[in-house]
Design a protein around this ligand. Structure first.
Ligand code: BES
Ligand code: ZN
Length: 891
């Protein structure tokens, strides 16, 4: 072949019969070529987009030679032109595969101009550049940039970006990208352009582009050094009155990060765009965050208290990434927790400060125990820093996020607030503008604390939830109390044996009056050995042990306490988290006993101790409202399943139902009183205090409605008719969704008629119906899939209807297995549309081994059916193989 230049070359299709490759941390190598700058030009059309890029490239001479090829990732692209240092490349100069463009020989420094075509209008995977109705937008993390243009798509290649967007003036009046707008102009054919420049070097996963007919809510923020920052939240025109809360949240987060971590914002403009079609919650692209609309849009009539709270947290989270993620980023995707764990930690810290109570701790512990503990004990278990992956999108897990955040919380506990802050300051200073590792992060904390954190780092490399066995002894003669702790960690995939970890255990000791006996109330024990004893001198009476206060470590405790002792802590512990936790433990024990009785067809009987403990809490007038509500909730079903080897969903459901009915029947008067005391008819305004009241009040209503008699039904209907906010309306809808009565249909219909124009609210309507315990729920969900508001291409509707159903304890796990079959069918369908969404739906199957033999068999056969399907995405492929074989075939 001689001097053939290309007109157009489509990338060959990925060959699905090949097994996807496993990527290993140990194989990491620095990039062979650096990209110092990228200039991008996007020409947006209705049926294709042309992307022209100019890269300034420099060989990494330390490790690459003259003959080392330059490799750029690319997926589903059409290559139109390739010009190196002004000279068009011939076909023999490069290779084009399904995954990459390989240029055989390049000089030490050069400019490369690439022209390619991509099809956002056909992109249903919502990764790369895609359309969401009339809007163009991008999602590049983790590996979406390669679906936009050919590029060394890895986070340690950091470049300065300039971006020019050209589009139709009327259809796309707003054209956005990272950084500051520097130039704009008009063109023929009613087109216009805007050029953006981002002065900060960044990896391509932080690139973003938006084009559409949008309106902005504008505001500003003055940083503590006096710089004026323009704040803009872009939404569709009909949503312009729903951004105020998100704007307030943004300003709150900016101020908090200055005060708490000394972190200031760095560009002159901070933009957020809300989009309807988005795989995740939100994305921290530099200067241009893109959000799932559900985490921006809110008004009292349209959003619940939980929605308002999520907006605070997600806006905060993405903002905090500007330092923990963007200014200092990850060297490779194995380091994901470096930014996500740290940013979730900062988000939790923000929430603790907003809520000022143990509720924030309780919710984080509950989330971790319900999801992360199960993940850590199942086929997808992996360390906070994984050692290998097939599809990185499968590793945005609760282990990387939530356990990663808990690991940093432990670090803070071990070092103390001040030293931890010094370590954070050093981290941001030392690594600003760099792509680094978890080692680098810990090294900063070692430096400031002058401590060796080698053992602590096992938290990043060992998977599994440590278990702690406790023995206590009191010697009245010596007035010494001795606590003996034993740690162990169960085997996980590829890690049969574990080393003992450094576990900070916060303890308190109480006397018979419930008073703290230790100095400073709580003491931190550093558990470092497999078995270790701690002595407490000068303890004058046999104390009551309060262990793991404030959830000081993400571990399981085998409590040595009797039910009576747990009840005592529930009533008296000075640590609010442990009060709640003692109640949870007590309830778990009672539930497990009742499950046994139920399975032996014995009549269920209430445990008197358990009842008395709950009764006195109901009547306790001094107990903080939010805490009271948390304590009065029964443990979540996923957490109950943690304690079972062969879970029978019907048994769990029946037992929890029994306990709820007992509370309802025995405490009717108090529940009604609490309902009235916390019912508020004033104008709605979201605040943590009023939200706590609604939470408690609606919990009482749901207990009362365990007996849906005339009076209780009237109470429900009254709240339905008079509610001035979504929380109260939706509470009634959620309660009635479980009751087979004429009012149910009527209210569902009224709700739909009132809100049919608002997709986010219709998703709530899908959710209540999909979570109903009534026996025809599957049929109802199937019918709703035909509803005009359901769109299988829209992740939010899929999560709302299908995702919710897949976590419906009784109906998904219905004995015949029809729920399993239904979900497997949908996963296979979704996999051809949007692999990331399909993979997320797989979570309902991952714990199949936790259930009884019959259900196991039925879930397994669905997994096998998925596994045998040709052309699975790497996303579903990895999960299904790990579920069935504990590993992906080729490792
Ligand atoms: N960087 C992520 C978004 C992301 C996740 C992109 C996975 C690509 C793949 C973002 O910062 C994030 O973590 N978002 C969370 C919400 C957050 C409040 C925990 C999300 O989208 O769920
Ligand atoms: Zn994040």
């Amino acid at each position: 072949m001689t001097n053939t230049t290309i007109k157009s070359m489509v990338q060959p299709k990925a060959e699905h019969h090949n097994q996807p490759k496993t990527i290993y941390l140990k194989d990491y190598q620095p990039p062979h070529y650096w990209v110092d700058s990228v200039d991008l030009i996007f020409d947006l059309f209705e049926d294709y987009t042309e992307v022209r890029s100019t890269l300034c490239v420099r060989r990494n001479t330390g490790i690459a030679q003259e003959q080392t090829p330059f490799i750029l990732q690319g997926e589903e692209l059409e290559l139109r032109a390739l010009v190196l240092n002004g000279k068009t490349l011939d076909l023999e100069n490069f290779d084009l595969t399904a995954e990459a463009l390989i240029i055989h020989t390049v000089p030490e420094t050069f400019t490369l101009e690439i022209t390619c075509i991509t099809h956002p209008e056909k992109n249903t995977a919502l990764s790369g550049l895609y359309r969401s109705k009339a809007l163009f937008c991008t999602q590049c993390e983790a590996e979406g940039f390669r679906r936009i243009t050919f590029f060394p798509d890895r986070p340690d290649v950091m470049a300065k970006f300039t971006t020019t967007i050209i589009a139709d003036t009327n259809l796309y009046p707003v054209l956005l990208s990272n950084g500051n707008p520097i130039e704009q102009g008009l063109l023929i054919n009613n087109r216009h352009w805007v050029k953006w420049e981002d002065p900060f070097k960044k990896p391509c996963y932080l690139f973003a582009l938006v084009a559409g007919h949008l309106i902005a809510l504008e505001d500003h923020f003055v940083t503590r050094s006096g710089r004026l920052i323009a704040l803009k939240i872009f939404v569709e025109w009909e949503n312009q009155d729903k951004c105020a809360h998100a704007m307030t949240a943004l300003k709150k987060a900016m101020k908090w990060d200055e005060e708490t971590y000394g972190r200031e914002y760095d560009l002159d403009i901070y933009m957020i765009v809300a989009v309807n079609d988005f795989n995740m919650g939100a994305m921290e692209n530099k200067g241009l965050n893109i959000f799932n609309a559900k985490y921006i849009l809110a008004r009292p009539e349209t959003a619940t208290d939980t929605d308002f709270q999520h907006i605070d947290l997600v806006v905060g989270h993405e903002y905090f990434h500007n330092w923990s993620g963007n200014r200092v980023t990850c060297r490779d995707w194995f380091q994901l927790s470096l930014k996500e764990g740290l940013t979730v930690f900062r988000e939790h810290h923000f929430m603790d400060d907003i809520t000022q109570s143990a509720v924030s701790l309780i919710e984080h512990a509950m989330g971790l125990r319900s999801h992360q503990f199960a993940e850590d004990a199942g086929p997808m278990a992996h360390p906070v820093r994984p050692e290998s992956y097939v599809e990185i999108n499968n590793f945005y897990t609760s282990t990387v996020y939530e356990k990663g955040a808990e690991v940093i919380k432990m670090l803070k506990t071990l070092l103390g607030t001040d030293t931890f802050r010094k370590g954070m300051d050093l981290y941001f200073e030392r690594f600003d503008g760099q792509a680094v590792t978890i080692e680098d992060f810990v090294a900063c904390h070692e430096f400031v604390s002058k401590r060796d954190l080698t053992q602590f780092k096992l938290w990043y490399s060992q998977a599994g939830t440590p278990e702690i066995e406790v023995n206590e002894e009191y010697h009245p003669k010596t007035q010494t109390y001795t606590l003996q702790l034993k740690q162990s960690c169960p085997p996980t995939p590829h890690q049969p044996k574990k080393n003992p970890m450094l576990i900070p255990i916060a303890v308190g000791l109480l006397n018979a009056q419930g008073e703290d006996l230790l100095e400073n109330k709580t003491q931190i024990l550093n558990l470092t050995e497999t078995e270790q004893s701690f002595n407490f001198p000068s303890i004058t009476e046999k104390p009551m042990l309060s262990l793991l206060r404030g959830f000081s470590a993400p571990v399981k405790i085998k409590s040595p306490l009797s039910n009576e002792q747990l009840a005592f802590l529930l009533a008296h512990d000075s640590d609010d988290f442990n009060r709640w936790d003692a109640g949870q433990m007590l309830s778990i024990r009672i539930i497990l006993e009742l499950i046994e009785d139920w399975q032996k067809s014995k009549p269920l009987k209430i445990n008197n101790l358990w009842w008395k403990a709950h009764q006195s809490l109901l009547e306790d007038k001094r107990l903080n409202t939010a805490l009271k509500a948390e304590i009065l909730m029964l443990p979540s079903s996923p957490y109950v399943i943690e304690f079972l080897d062969s879970a029978d969903p019907d048994a769990i459901f029946a037992v929890k139902k029994f306990l709820r009915k007992e509370i309802s029947r025995r405490a009717k008067k108090h529940l009604l009183q609490l309902y009235q005391d916390n019912h508020n008819t004033e104008r709605y305004c979201y605040s943590t205090e009023t939200a706590a009241k609604r939470f408690l009040k609606n919990l009482c209503l749901s207990y009362l409605m365990e007996y849906p008699d005339k009076n209780h039904m009237a109470l429900c209907l009254k709240q339905w008719k008079t509610a001035n906010n979504m929380t109260d309306s939706l509470a009634v809808l959620g309660i009635l969704a479980d009751v087979d009565c004429p009012e149910r249909e009527k209210i569902l219909e009224e709700f739909y008629n009132r809100w049919q124009h608002d997709v986010l609210i219709i998703n709530k309507w899908f959710r209540v119906q999909a979570s109903s315990a009534l026996p025809n729920t599957l049929e109802c969900v199937q019918k709703l899939m035909q509803h005009p508001a359901f769109d299988i291409n829209n992740p939010n509707t899929v999560y709302a209807l299908i995702g919710t159903f897949s976590h419906n304890l009784v109906c998904f796990h219905e004995k015949s297995g029809k729920g399993y079959r239904f979900l497997a069918d949908i996963i296979l369908q979704l996999d051809t549309i949007n692999p990331q969404v399909a993979a997320r739906m797989m979570t309902a199957f991952t714990h199949w081994r936790k259930f009884d033999k019959d259900r196991q068999a039925k879930m397994r056969s669905e997994l096998e059916r998925i596994q045998k399907t040709a052309k699975l995405s790497t996303d579903v492929y990895e999960i299904v193989n790990k579920c069935l074989f504990g590993t992906s075939p080729q490792t």
